[in-house]
Design a binder for this molecule. Sequence first.
Ligand code: MTE
Ligand code: CO
Length: 390
Amino acid sequence: GGDPANLPPNVADWSRYLGPGVDAAPYGMPSEHEAQVVRRSVEWLTASRESSINFTPLHELDGIITPNGLCFERHHGGVAEMNPTDYRLMINGLVDKPLIFTLEDLKRFPRVNRLYFLECAANSGMEWRGAQLNGCQFTHGMVHCVMYTGVPLKYLLEEAGLKTNAKWIMPEGGDAAGMNRSVPIEKALDDCIVAFKMNGEALRPEQGYPARLVVPGWEGNMWVKWLRRIEVGDMPWHAREETSKYTDLLEGGKARRFTWVMDAKSVITSPSPQAPILHAKGATVLTGLAWSGNGRITRVDVTLDGGKNWHEARIDGPSLPKALHRFYFEFDWDGSELLLQSRAHDETGYVQPTKDALRAVRGTNSIYHNNGIQTWYVKADGGVENVEIS
Ligand code: MTE
Ligand code: CO
């Protein structure tokens, strides 16, 4: 394709005239030719302000960092429009001295920079009973990975002074949902962060501006946005988001609860239904993402024939614990149909299960924690579909 007037040996249009100067875009935007790279919602999924969700366009991205404007959003009461000068974070409950911090107070504590993925426990939830949505944006797009800057929660809790019977914390949001969760004190003191920056700039309003809780490797629901209060207690609170929601109903009617860690998972982002093969047979780049809430990804296997033969993919870029990993597999496509799958291994020795193996232990009542292996069916014309094989 292309306009012959712009192609060699002609002088392209953009080489003939001066372009806009530096003041044209004080805050830069992507090229107008990338307008299709956007978050998307699914019509039949809830898209009201009481409960809304959109998805990261994983099929359009590369590397391991999600651009701020493309991080999927999940709100239980819409975006709280917080004013940073009126922002307060209160710590109360089982502490020696209850405290209220301003944003400026938070910025006077030593801070850290950490790259972490955030995955909603409901990611891939629509696929529990079978292949449904045609695109990794929709099947796997409730994940993002950014560099957070913030204060280790430990420093703030130490400043307030924990009582000896302090066993749990309850972070609470300042949004209309007042969303809250119970987090065990061990996790709070281990690697949780009160973050105010993502990828170097202020959090975006939709990600919890001006401050959110970061709970590395654990389900996204616990990463309370617009963080206004942390209560310290001796027992979990059994709030809505950990009883009626974010528990996993098993076949026999029992529910798993406190299923915090996001187990190892992976997905091929290209080729995929929204990223078909558009070129002829020959050199083809397969790429995807892998992640584990239990640490680093040590290996990713890919198959082109639905699991008959597995090949080790090439992980490229930083391999950081509880962060996205980027993998590639370069192959010569012979133009025949393919059944693509990827399988992640993490540093604990855990191997990503098949969807059937997952259903055998969890049944199909659940919405949450579906980390089963995804299959893409590549047709001879290069088109790709979401399928399941057994
Ligand atoms: N925090 C508050 N205060 N309100 C919310 O609705 N949604 C939670 C969590 N924190 C939510 C919240 C859920 S379910 C997820 S998956 C993550 O935020 C999503 O974070 P993101 O919008 O930055 O992707
Ligand atoms: Co969620």
